[in-house]
Design a protein around this ligand. Structure first.
Ligand code: ADP
Ligand code: MG
Length: 337
């Protein structure tokens, strides 16, 4: 008998959905991208996405405040709308509540989600409430856009790969959260707080995604939820291309590097495989990189070129900076591994 864990997350989705009927004309994008996109009667594009967080798997109830948990549950779905360049408008919140949860705690979750929703002008318009053995939060976000969305499938050979912000901070925060002895590590309170916030209160790049789309420059875009390496593979497989990523170019914040050194962890490993940074990974023509860089600079956001789109036959390589190139590991957060 083949078990789910033998297949892995993405093969499982492919296996379960391969016999579904073909979509009608109204579906612009179905399974396989950050959000599904449909259009009724030639109107605006509507985007829909959902993401689930499970206690003991995506978070630990004793290590995250209910406000942070509410924020994070919405943030991860907003990030998928950002990855298409869309504008989020509405959200539905389905919750599985263990019976021992205090009403105060439940209110805290709603406080956190509503605060982030208000910041993005999103309204919570529904959801579902059930009792469950573990706390489960599943947020659906509905968004819209006028232009064609940016998919994972348009990367072209010769284009560059670039990322917003910096990588690895969320994994550093997670390590601090999980590792009790890390309290003894000499990291400034400000750095520790910033890294924990990256993990517990991620800020989805919603405005940045829309600005990037508006430049008309991106050929592909995806949000970094499972880790940079995993998202590079998603774009390469979706677009039928290869990649060359220069490890020396990865934007890693000084405090993330410092935390890595103090904790005896490889910060590049965090940046490549850690995940949950919720930055945007973009491919675009070289001559357009400066345009996007300028737009994002005006928003005080870095946009760093990290590599190149190659022909498929080249595979997905990591340039190590000493002239050596290795195959980039195809690992990241897989729900069944
Ligand atoms: P992301 O990491 O961007 O949130 P996922 O890896 O969760 O995206 O999902 C990849 C694609 O597979 C998406 O298009 C999503 O809608 C689809 N998908 C995920 N789980 C299922 C499922 N159980 N049935 C059908 N489609 C699914
Ligand atoms: Mg995504």
């Amino acid at each position: 008998m083949v078990k789910l864990q033998d297949l892995g997350e993405f093969a499982l989705i492919g296996h379960l959905t391969k016999k579904m009927r073909a979509y009608g004309d109204s579906v612009i994008l179905g399974i396989g991208d950050d959000a599904a996109v449909f259009r009724v009667d030639g109107g605006k594009y509507t985007l829909v996405t959902c993401d689930m967080l499970v206690d003991g798997h995506h978070f630990w109830r004793d290590r995250i405040t209910p406000e942070q948990l509410g924020h994070k549950a919405l943030a991860v779905s907003l990030s998928d709308i950002a990855a298409m360049g869309g504008v989020p408008r509405y959200a539905l919140l389905a919750v599985g509540w263990p019976s021992d949860v205090d009403v105060d705690y439940a209110e805290g979750i709603y406080h956190g989600i509503e605060k982030l929703a208000a910041a993005h002008d999103v309204f919570i318009i529904g959801g579902d409430t059930v009792s469950a053995p573990q706390l489960i939060l599943d947020v659906t976000v509905i968004g819209e856009m006028e232009d064609n969305p940016v998919t994972r499938t348009g990367a072209k050979t010769g284009h560059l790969f670039a990322v917003t912000g910096s990588l690895g901070a969320s994994a550093a925060g997670l390590t601090l959260l999980q590792n009790v002895t890390s309290r003894d590590v000499i990291l400034s309170a400000a750095s520790r707080q910033a890294l924990l916030r990256s993990h517990l209160l991620p800020q989805p790049r919603v405005k940045e995604g829309a600005v990037i789309l508006k430049t008309g420059c991106p050929s592909a875009m995806i949000d970094i939820s499972d880790g940079l390496a995993s998202e590079i593979y998603h774009i390469c497989e979706g677009s039928g291309v290869g990649a060359e990523i220069d490890i020396t170019c990865l934007p890693v914040h000084e405090r993330t590097r410092q935390a890595g050194e103090l904790l005896g962890k490889d910060y590049l490993n965090w940046a490549l495989y850690g995940g949950e940074d919720y930055e945007l990974l973009v491919s675009l023509a070289e001559e357009n990189a400066l345009t996007v860089q300028k737009e994002l600079r005006a928003m005080d956001v870095d946009f760093t070129i990290i590599g190149k789109v190659m022909v498929k036959e080249k595979g997905v390589k990591l340039l190590l900076g000493d002239g050596k190139a290795v195959d980039m590991e195809k690992k990241g957060f897989d729900h069944f591994s």
